[in-house]
Design a protein around this ligand. Structure first.
Ligand SMILES: [Zn+2]
Length: 548
C-alpha cells in the first residue's frame, strides 16, 4: 500500500555524482518508509489508495533530507548548559556574564557555561582566577566552544577533589602555574570532565527533552540524519527515552561509539558486541543505530594540541593525543575486524597522514578499507593539509568529513590563534574542500554542534562563501576552495550518505529511504547569503512528516 504521495514538487534528486539537476518528474510515492515510484503528478496520484496521505508541494523544491556528518546532540545537550558565551571576545564581557549569573545563584550554586572564546584570554593567559571577583566564590566551570579546553576556578577544583598530580592515560592535562598550583585551564576532555562530573547536571529539564529539542531545531533546517560522534552507553539509553517522547526522534542518528586512549581490551570487546545496536524499527528503518567508532588522534590547532608535521609557531602541536600511537593502530585493527566504520578526529596534518597510513594497512583486495557494511573509513576535521596529504587522502578512498563553518573564528588579519599558530603557509592550506574534490577525494560536511551552529543551511552557505553569510564585506578565507551550491548540497546529502556506506540515503530515487526536505525556495539557485533564512516547509522521515 502507498502510505504517502507528494505531488507538484520540483525535485532535485541528487542522483548524479557531481551535479544537482532537476528531475523531469514532479511526484513520488512512498510505501513502508521507502520511495517506490517517481513520476508525473497524474501517474503518482493513480497509485493512491484510501489511506494514502497526499502532500501537495505546490511548486516547492524537494531534495533528499540533509545529513549532518558530525554532531554531538546528546553529549552536547549535557554540556551546553548555563551561560552561552558565544561572541564574548573580551575578558570584561565574560566577567560581566559570570557576575550576572552569580547574582542569581543561591550559596554554593555552580556557574556553568559553554562557547567560551580563546580570544577573551589573549594577553591574560587562560586562568580561573581572572574570573574570581565575578564568580563571587561560586564554583565555576566553563568550556571553550571547541570542547577541547575547560576553565575552572578554585572552588570548582576543590569540589571536584581534583588530584593535580593525576596522570591521564592520554595527553590531557591539568595545567599548573610556576607555583605548581593549577591555573584552572583543563586541557582536553578527560581533564575538564573530571570537574564537570562533580557539577550538578544543570539545564533545568530532562536530557532527553533537550536532545529532542536540539534535533527538532536541526530538522527545521532540513536535516533528517546526523552522525553522533561521542556514543557512550548512556547515549543509547537517552535515545531510547527520546523515542518515547511525542514524535520520537526527529532525526535519524548514526552512532559512533567513543573509544578513549586509556580504554582497555575489555572495553574494545564490549563495544564490538554493540555494533548494530538500534532503537525501535520505524518505516524506513530504525531511527538510531550503532555503526561507527570514534577516536581522537589529536586535539585542536588553536590550543596547540593538534598533531602537525612541523611544530606550530609556539613550538606546540608536535604529538598525538595518545601516549602510544601503536595502541591507536592496534584498536583501529580490532574495530575494523569487528566490522565497525572508523572515524578518527584529526585537525592536524600529521594526524591525518598517520590515520591514512593505518587505514591503508586495513585495505583488502577489493580496494579501500571499509566497514562490514561497506562504509569507507573516515577522518574528521582535517583543518590543514599538505599537498602530499591531499593526494594520499584521495588515493585512499577515505572520507574527509569537514566543517567549513568552523572558519568563523578566523580573523582577516590572521591574528586568531589558528592562523597565528599555523603561520601563513599552513593557514593558507586550511579547510581544503576544493582541493580534496579536485584530487578525486571524498567529502562529507557537518556542523560539529555544539562546537558550531546546528543550522545545516548555514553550513552549506559557509561551504560556498567561506565567509560570514549575509555580510559581503566579511573576509573570505581561501576563496579558491569555495564549493558550488550543488557541491555543498551533495556534501550534506549524497556524499554524506556514501560516507556512511549508504546508497539508499541522501538521494530521491526508487528504493531509497524516504528521508526528504521540502524547501519553499530552491537551495541550489538561492543566493548563498540568504540560504540560512531559506524556509524549510517540512522534513519527512521514512515518508512521515517530522513533528517539530
Ligand atoms: Zn566533534
Amino acid at each position: 500500500m502507498v502510505d504517502t504521495i507528494i505531488t507538484g514538487a520540483r525535485i532535485r534528486p541528487m542522483t548524479s555524482q557531481h551535479g544537482a539537476a532537476e528531475a523531469a518528474e514532479t511526484a513520488l510515492a512512498v510505501a513502508d518508509g521507502r520511495i517506490t515510484h517517481l513520476g508525473t503528478d497524474e501517474e503518482i496520484r493513480a497509485l493512491a489508495g484510501p489511506g494514502t496521505e497526499i502532500i501537495d508541494a505546490a511548486g516547492a523544491v524537494l531534495t533528499p533530507g540533509l545529513i549532518d556528518s558530525h554532531m554531538h546532540p546528546v553529549w552536547g545537550a549535557e554540556l551546553a548548559v548555563g551561560l552561552d558565551l558565544d561572541g564574548l571576545t573580551e575578558l570584561a564581557q565574560v566577567r560581566q556574564a559570570v557576575a550576572a549569573a552569580a547574582a542569581e545563584l543561591s550559596p554554593g550554586g555552580w556557574i556553568r557555561g559553554w562557547n567560551l572564546d580563546y580570544k577573551a584570554f589573549d594577553g591574560h593567559g587562560i586562568r580561573g582566577d581572572l574570573l574570581d571577583e565575578a564568580a563571587a566564590g561560586h564554583p565555576l566551570a566553563l568550556i571553550f566552544y571547541d570542547l577541547h579546553t575547560g576553565l575552572a576556578n578554585q572552588p570548582a577544583l576543590d569540589a571536584a577533589g581534583l588530584d593535580v598530580d593525576h596522570v591521564f592515560s592520554d595527553a590531557s592535562e591539568i595545567v599548573r602555574g610556576p607555583d605548581g598550583r593549577p591555573t584552572g585551564e583543563l586541557r582536553e576532555i578527560p581533564a575538564f570532565m573530571a570537574v564537570l562530573d562533580a557539577a550538578p547536571p544543570g539545564g533545568g529539564e530532562e536530557v532527553a527533552v533537550r536532545v529532542r529539542r536540539i534535533l527538532a531545531q536541526s530538522a527545521a533546517s532540513g536535516v533528517t540524519s546526523a552522525v553522533v560522534m561521542d556514543g557512550r552507553d548512556s547515549t543509547l539509553s537517552t535515545l531510547e527515552e527520546v523515542e518515547t517522547l511525542p514524535g520520537g526522534l526527529p532525526v535519524r542518528l548514526h552512532i559512533a561509539l567513543w573509544h578513549q586512549p586509556g580504554d582497555d581490551d575489555a572495553a574494545v570487546a564490549d563495544r564490538t558486541l554493540r555494533l548494530g545496536d538500534a532503537g525501535a524499527e520505524h518505516p524506513g528503518g530504525p531511527r538510531f543505530q550503532v555503526s561507527l567508532i570514534k577516536m581522537f588522534l589529536d586535539g585542536v590547532i588553536d590550543a596547540g594540541t593538534a598533531w602537525l608535521h612541523e611544530p606550530d609557531a609556539a613550538g606546540d602541536s608536535t604529538r598525538p593525543f595518545w601516549h602510544s600511537v601503536r595502541r591507536y593502530d592496534q584498536v583501529c585493527r580490532a574495530y575494523h575486524e569487528a566490522g565497525f566504520q572508523l572515524a578518527t578526529h584529526s585537525c592536524g596534518d600529521a594526524g591525518v597522514a598517520h590515520a591514512l597510513q593505518v587505514y591503508r594497512t586495513l585495505e583488502g583486495a577489493s580496494g579501500p578499507a571499509h566497514s562490514l557494511h561497506g562504509a569507507p573509513h573516515r577522518i574528521e576535521h582535517l583543518e590543514t593539509l599538505t599537498d602530499d596529504d591531499v593526494a594520499a587522502l584521495a588515493a585512499s578512498g577515505v572520507v574527509a568529513s569537514m566543517q567549513p563553518l568552523h572558519m568563523q573564528w578566523r580573523e582577516a588579519d590572521h591574528s586568531d590563534s589558528f592562523a597565528a599558530r599555523l603561520g601563513p603557509e599552513r593557514a593558507g592550506h586550511a579547510y581544503r574542500t576544493r582541493d580534496v574534490l579536485d584530487a578525486g577525494g571524498r567529502l562529507a560536511l557537518g556542523s560539529d554542534w555544539p562546537v558550531a551552529q546546528l543550522d545545516a543551511r548555514l553550513g552549506m552557505a559557509w561551504a560556498q562563501l567561506r565567509r560570514t553569510p549575509g555580510d559581503p564585506t566579511a573576509p573570505v578565507f581561501e576563496p579558491e576552495q569555495r564549493l558550488s551550491a550543488a557541491e555543498a548540497l551533495l556534501g550534506y546529502t549524497r556524499w554524506a550518505a556514501e560516507a556512511l556506506g549508504r546508497e539508499d540515503l541522501g538521494v530521491v530515487a526508487p528504493g531509497a529511504v524516504a528521508d526528504l526536505a521540502l524547501w519553499e525556495e530552491d537551495p541550489i539557485t538561492a543566493d548563498p547569503d540568504h540560504l540560512p533564512e531559506l524556509p524549510v516547509r517540512c522534513t519527512l522521515l521514512g515518508g512521515q512528516v517530522t513533528v517539530g
